[in-house]
Design a protein around this ligand. Structure first.
Ligand code: SF4
Length: 406
């Protein structure tokens, strides 16, 4: 079986639909076996590649299970482990807390597996040391573990000033006590500036950042990633795929291009990021066995993207830019008065429109300060729209988000 996964034409031969069904049937069969995530199966099944987690970290699976849509279905966890996807990324806010609960149930039933999993969670909504401690303890309790491998102490950092000395002291103590192994933050806004400045701090171990085929050409982002890499910070990429709308001409064209090559467009987007060796792993939200299989296949396949593949992604990025918020919040924030969270509004809408996760979308929207939310519909966005490099119809999207999520 393993040799099949190394063939250049692996994805072509099975095809995207076939790949899903063939591997899904196997995974289904395996999941019915006792101890489906056990070592015995792992030795028989090809494992996704690993990469070093920062300068001094362990080798982690280069595909990380984004547990953002995890509900109480252990088959997602067992299926991911079967392929060696041992880096799990969750947060207390995912699926209204069910994501961590599901992981906790899994560890309660399979205590031997805890040490095989590299577990990340986040201090969602915490702003100070007491908040971090509370979030950490709650997450450990829910997940039936006495340590977290990587703790993202700021969830959704927009400015590096959020990394206070208080958090630094807390992180150092938590590491000394063995409660966490690595400390870092997640960022969806002002990523380049945040990464670049964090690289100079000397106490950030890991960053989970938005990074995808659209941003691989951004010179500021490249400079920031380079600085983090040189500083030994482990970078995990997220928001790499974003679902496509098969009704649009641009999406149809992209799907057809990669389909002819034997890839899905999602697999191509993962490859586009993982060809960057500075990235330790790509965290992908996976809520079905078919999706795990598709992404695992992309990781196992050794084919590099050809120039025409890169051109197809670049052309798609350009044609669809007005539907993608690039997180450059400093640009739009400086162009409006009284509203400083436009990228958070856009992210909320993305969770609703692309992930179909209205609960997370509403949570993200509700986390925007109440006084800012109250001004959203009366703010003049014309200058922000003029300056937005993605040419986003900001006013219309803010209106849409408010109607759906407020
Ligand atoms: S709305 Fe435009 S300017 Fe603002 S963060 Fe998104 S892409 Fe950048």
């Amino acid at each position: 079986m393993s040799s099949e996964f190394n063939r250049r034409n692996f994805l072509k031969t099975i095809g995207v639909a076939g790949l899903g069904s063939v591997l899904a049937s196997k995974a289904k069969a395996d999941s019915n076996e006792p101890n489906a995530a056990g070592v015995k199966q792992q030795s028989e099944t090809p494992q996704v590649p690993t990469r070093k987690f920062g300068k001094s970290g362990p080798d982690v699976s280069a595909l990380s299970l984004g547990a953002i849509q995890l509900i109480d279905t252990p088959v997602i966890l067992t299926s991911s482990l079967k392929w060696g996807v041992t880096y799990w990324d969750t947060a207390p806010v995912y699926t209204g807390g069910n994501s961590e609960t599901c992981i906790g149930k899994y560890f309660a039933a399979n205590p031997d597996m805890r040490k095989k999993v590299f577990l990340a969670t986040k201090a969602s909504g915490a702003h100070d040391a007491a908040g971090l401690e509370e979030k950490l303890q709650a997450s450990m309790k829910k997940m039936n573990t006495d340590y977290i491998d990587v703790f993202y102490g700021v969830h959704g950092l927009n400015d590096v000033s959020q990394l206070t000395d208080e958090l630094k002291t807390w992180a150092e103590n938590a590491k000394k006590k063995g409660l966490i192994k690595y400390f870092g933050f997640t960022t969806h806004g002002n990523m380049a500036k945040s990464l670049f400045e964090a690289s100079k701090l000397g106490w950030v171990d890991a960053i989970l950042t938005t990074y995808n085929f659209r941003l691989t050409k951004d010179p500021m982002m490249q400079k920031a990633i380079d600085a983090c890499h040189k500083a030994g910070i482990a970078l995990t990429a997220m928001k790499t795929q974003k679902s496509v709308n098969v009704e649009t001409d641009e999406d149809k064209k992209l799907i057809e291009h990669f389909s002819a090559k034997g890839f899905s467009e999602g697999q191509a987007k993962i490859k586009a990021v993982m060809e960057d060796e500075r990235i330790a792993a790509v965290a992908v939200g996976m809520n079905s066995v078919a999706l795990i299989n598709e992404n695992v296949a992309a990781m196992l396949d050794k084919t590099k993207l050809a120039q025409d593949d890169k051109d197809a992604l670049a052309e798609y990025a350009s044609a669809t830019c007005s539907g993608y918020c690039a997180g450059c919040a400093h640009i739009c924030d400086a162009a409006v008065v009284g509203v400083s969270n436009i990228n958070d509004v856009m992210r909320s809408l993305m969770y609703h429109n692309s992930y179909g996760d209205t609960q997370l979308a509403k949570q993200t929207f509700a986390a925007i300060p109440a006084d800012v939310r109250a001004r959203l519909l009366t703010t003049d966005y014309r200058l922000a729209e003029q300056r937005c490099p993605q040419h986003m119809p900001i006013a219309r999207l803010v209106r849409q988000a408010t109607e759906i999520l407020a």
